[in-house]
Design a protein around this ligand. Structure first.
Ligand SMILES: [Zn+2]
Ligand SMILES: [Zn+2]
Length: 339
């Protein structure tokens, strides 16, 4: 099967992997669409000589081969979880599936940016999720990143009427604003530095947008929260400073979520006195479990998240380098590759 993998730094290379044999519990998908994620862009920027996997993990496909014990039939559409909690360890049994030590033992092969995707039996059973006929492939490709966002919003215990500040105007930040709104939060505030993205946020996702290059964020947040600060702050920029800003903008007793992944060794100075006396909840969220992806598809299918405002461009697989270049230049929001 033809796949796109990281090549020279900044470049894609097309390679072929042999198709695995589909056993009685396995399924083979013909890929329909796959979103480009920031983690893909990181691997592409770094480059790889002899890649073992294809890029992409935000994948939608159609079943073209189904083992006789798989309970799937040819022609069904599905999204597939990029990894699978074991369901049996301490973390899985305590509602923290993405802490599972076996999380990456079971993955689709070779990844999403491939003509076909092999789904092993265990993943078929618990991580292959049907897509409703009313949801397009391009939008269904948001199930995985949106699942991560739903987990982040739930970990932050966002409730109806909570004020939520999202710091970051990238696709994940804007999806976090959309999900906060779908969970009943108001006002939802988005802080960023990219005027076009802030405009998109204001049109579709947020009650308040703040261009941090122009306005003092902390003062602006206080203005919209009766002087208290936000009930929940989602830090959706990959930088320590973002978390420091988040701690400044949260109200006493509120929750800060370190949502964006950061490079190794990223640290911040922490005002422990403030943490203690203001009783701030400091938390982090990583990844998604299949149950969050099920919810994501539900929100997408019922238009509770404006997918059309998140997926700003689609490129055919033959033009994947162009799609990656556009994503690397941070043009638009989510770029989806179609097959
Ligand atoms: Zn991703
Ligand atoms: Zn586990």
């Amino acid at each position: 099967m033809r796949c796109a993998a990281a090549g020279q730094p900044g470049k894609i290379q097309l390679i072929d992997f042999p198709d695995p044999q589909v056993g009685p519990r396995d399924v083979m998908l013909a890929t329909s669409a796959c979103g480009i994620c920031a983690t893909d862009l990181k691997s592409i920027a770094k480059g790889a000589e002899k890649p073992e996997y294809a890029l992409g993990h935000e994948v939608v496909g159609k079943v073209i081969e189904a083992g006789n014990q798989s309970r799937w039939t040819i022609g069904q559409r599905a999204v597939v979880a990029p990894y699978l909690p074991c369901g049996a360890c301490h973390y899985c049994l305590n509602g923290q599936p993405t802490l599972c030590k076996h999380l990456f033992d079971t993955c689709p092969f070779p990844g999403g940016m491939a003509e076909r995707v092999f789904v092993p039996g265990d993943l078929v059973k618990r991580g292959l999720i049907p897509v409703s006929d009313t949801l397009s492939d391009e939008y269904a490709a948001l199930a995985e990143p949106l699942g991560c966002v739903i987990k982040g919003i739930e970990d932050s215990q966002v409730e109806t009427g909570d004020s939520v500040l999202v710091i970051g105007d990238g696709p994940m930040g804007l999806m976090a604003a959309a999900v906060a709104r779908a969970y009943g939060a108001f006002p939802v505030m988005v802080a960023g530095m990219t005027p076009s993205r802030l405009e998109a946020a204001y049109q579709n996702f947020a009650d308040v947008v703040v261009d941090v290059t122009q306005v003092d964020l902390q003062a602006e947040v206080k203005k919209h929260t009766s002087g208290r600060g936000a009930d929940v702050v989602i830090a959706a920029v990959s930088a320590g400073e973002t978390l420091m800003t988040a701690i400044q903008c949260v109200r006493p007793g509120g929750t800060v979520n370190a949502f964006a992944g950061v490079p190794d060794g990223t640290t911040i100075p922490l005002d422990l006195r403030k943490l203690h006396y203001n009783q701030i909840h400091l938390t982090g969220s990583f990844g998604t479990a299949p149950e969050h992806m099920v919810k994501a598809l539900h929100l997408l299918d019922h238009k509770k998240v404006p997918a059309g405002a998140i997926v700003t461009a689609c490129y055919p697989f033959t033009q994947i380098q162009e799609a990656v270049d556009v994503a690397l230049q941070r043009q638009g929001l989510k770029i989806v590759v179609t097959f």
